[in-house]
Design a binder for this molecule. Sequence first.
Ligand code: SF4
Ligand code: SF4
Length: 377
Amino acid sequence: MNALPEIELRSALEARGISRRQFVKFCSTMVATLALPPRYLHAVVKALDQTTRPVLVWLEFQDCAGNSESMLRSGYPSVGDFVLELLSWEYHELIMAGAGKRAEETLERVMRDHKGEYIAVIEGSIPMAEDGVHCTIGGKTALDIATRVCSNAAINIAVGACAWDGGIVRASPNPTGAVGLAEAVPGIKNLVNLGGCPHNPANTAAVLVHYLTFHDLPALDQYHRPLFAYGDIIHDQCERRAHYDAGRYVEEWGDEGHRKGWCLYKMGCKGPEATYNCPTVRWNEGTSWPVKAGHGCIACASPRFWDTKSPFYDRLPKVPGFGVDVLAEEIGWGGTAAVGIAMLAQVAGNIVRDKTRAKNVRAEENPPPDLNAGGSA
Ligand code: SF4
Ligand code: SF4
């Protein structure tokens, strides 16, 4: 991939056919995604107007390329279009024209000429078993490449569940000893984890916009995840929540409740135990998200979700919001009494919601036990 000339973002967007109106709309979306007050729009527009695009290298290790696809495949002009122009993409195995030795020379050149300045995006897990031999590129292990590239980057962004904590590759029995970037390269600096399967490109773009505007990372949680994206429980943002509070559940796929958009808790929805801004940012240019489309959340942005949240169609054993000792089937709603009970339950649910939320967040604060004892470094 040839180096792009250093040109301002505005010129690059114009060359791509993106109008001023579309650019400002994108900035406005980013301000909303970052949960910033609207008055920051001016600062974002001004900063991006004046930015010369930083260099980006995108590494892929043990992955399905789903995070690259999520970034690149959307409508026009998409978040992907803007991100393609926000940065000078120097190395990305999926889309670069160069291959083999020439591609590797490009990576070396970026590390040499842009040391401490480039942005590194990592996709996929890193195998630690058998000295990392399960994933090698150009004769080097993923661990060697990640250690070198990430140690010299200005910021490192791990996109998707696999890069964050090993994802499906790490799921039991984890034959390759796969781990996420932070475990593979301990002490890595300026790390942002964007878990999810895949990551939501709107969040990745928002992190980049925040960095280009304020020259700093957004506020992060204990997992190095941005709070604007991972600070709220899905259940608390869900448009089916009113049905949950009223005890209206889908009992089987395609039943009346399913057709009417009732709560998917009994179909295995993990929304009460998951944090992410999926319900507000949504997917496909903000048109929908899985729960709106009729499928329960499988908590893809939760720690080690393949092991800790499966079987995905089994209901959670407790019912947050009604008291943790109450099982879903114990909540009976019948006839006219249901109205009054529902109102009482609604009030009770609201009262305990904050406590429940704090409990759920605390649950996420405790990393899950290593389910693959001895399987990873
Ligand atoms: S259980 Fe799932 S579908 Fe029901 S309100 Fe919570 S997040 Fe929405
Ligand atoms: S609904 Fe849940 S599982 Fe589905 S993408 Fe959103 S956070 Fe991930």
